[in-house]
Design a protein around this ligand. Structure first.
Ligand SMILES: [Ca+2]
Length: 356
């Protein structure tokens, strides 16, 4: 064994544009299982002029597929963006059905007990993988895919449309853990645990992947004071604050903490602003065995990897800046149904300095 390359976090950005209106916006797909922090992540994307949300694909996860799909439609409608197509994907894991949902965290309907008005839009008739493949093969710009639920749809895309999958510009995955253990079992983070076989396929596929795991999400806590900062900013932000109320209650009961970890929104921040997180290329293997380690991401931290299927594992975050970015963008989401997101000139960028 050699000591290998130094494991210094690699940082490429952030990439900023002087004029967010005239430059090209990065096409974005969110593959999601809303879910409270998914809803927040969708709103963050809609509030961000750097990206153009072209498609939402839904997957089983926090709650059943029919509910995640309905929630996605309603969140888009809340933000006045029911023009964004929603295509439903996998209703169950590739091999072993997910042992349980997370209704106790997200509320039975998946949005913290908040009932949003139904959307006038219908679900896209295409299966999620077909809608994804269509977008990837027709987009002139590289597409960023933010996968913030179980990875079943992305694994199916790789199997059914490998050529389209190869066109993914960046794949940002919320999932896994290198050093923090799990959050649903001692070993496993929820999204990976929900479909370990799919995660094993996706994380060894050689796609340009950033893995945003518990190492960077757990320190990034939205406090009740942060939520109060955007709760009064308008009807959309007020609804986001209402979703989070139940999440705060769960965190207080389960962990005794005052605040919530917004895992998916941090992944979206990296999707919106490449280089937000400090990453190191690592070899990552998913435990797909039936034992206590099922769903664990085994991240080889002995050395940075040069393998073609290495994954950029997020290891450093400026949590204060990330929370400031999220809150600032949610404040910008003032307004009501069926209006386009604002492109405020407010400087809500993460700082250029990463702190561990
Ligand atoms: Ca999620």
């Amino acid at each position: 064994m050699t000591s290998g390359a130094p494991a210094t976090p690699r940082r490429v950005g952030p990439v900023w544009w002087d004029d967010p209106v005239t430059r090209t916006r990065t096409p974005l797909v969110i593959d999601t299982d809303p879910g409270i922090d998914d809803a927040l992540a969708i709103l963050l994307a809609l509030a961000s002029p750097e990206v153009d949300l072209r498609l939402v694909t839904t997957v089983h996860g926090n709650v059943e597929l029919a509910q995640t799909t309905e929630n996605a439609l309603r969140v888009l409608h809340l933000a006045g963006r029911s023009d964004v197509p929603v295509a439903a994907g996998a209703g169950t894991s590739l091999v072993v059905p997910q042992p349980e949902r997370a209704g106790h965290v997200h509320g039975v309907a998946g949005l913290g007990g908040v009932v949003l008005p139904p959307s006038p839009a219908a679900v896209d008739p295409r299966p999620a993988v077909t809608a994804l493949a269509d977008l990837l093969t027709t987009s002139e710009e590289p597409v960023t895919v933010a996968a913030i639920g179980p990875l079943t749809n992305i694994a199916l895309l790789l199997a059914v449309y490998p050529g389209a999958a190869a066109r993914i510009g960046r794949l940002i995955v919320m999932g896994g853990s290198a050093t923090r253990g799990g959050n649903v079992t001692a070993a496993a983070e929820f999204n990976i645990w929900a479909d370990p076989e799919a995660a094993a396929v996706v994380l060894r596929a050689g796609l340009p992947t950033v893995l945003v795991g518990l190492d960077v999400t757990l320190p990034t806590v939205l406090t009740a004071a942060d939520i109060a900062r955007f709760a009064a900013a308008g009807p959309v932000a007020a609804q986001a604050a209402a979703f989070l109320g139940q999440y705060v209650d769960h965190a207080r009961t389960a962990y005794g903490t005052d605040g919530v970890v917004v895992h998916d929104a941090l992944a979206l921040t990296e999707a919106i602003v490449p280089g937000t997180l400090g990453t190191v290329l690592r070899d990552v293997v998913v435990d797909t065995g039936p034992g206590a380690g099922r769903g664990q991401t085994l991240v080889d931290r002995r050395a940075a990897s040069t393998a073609p299927d290495a994954v950029a594992v997020a290891e450093q975050v400026d949590s204060e800046a990330a929370v400031g970015f999220l809150v600032g963008r949610l404040v910008d989401l003032a307004g009501g149904a069926d209006r386009a997101p604002q492109t405020s000139g407010r400087d809500t960028r993460p700082s250029d300095t990463i702190q561990s």
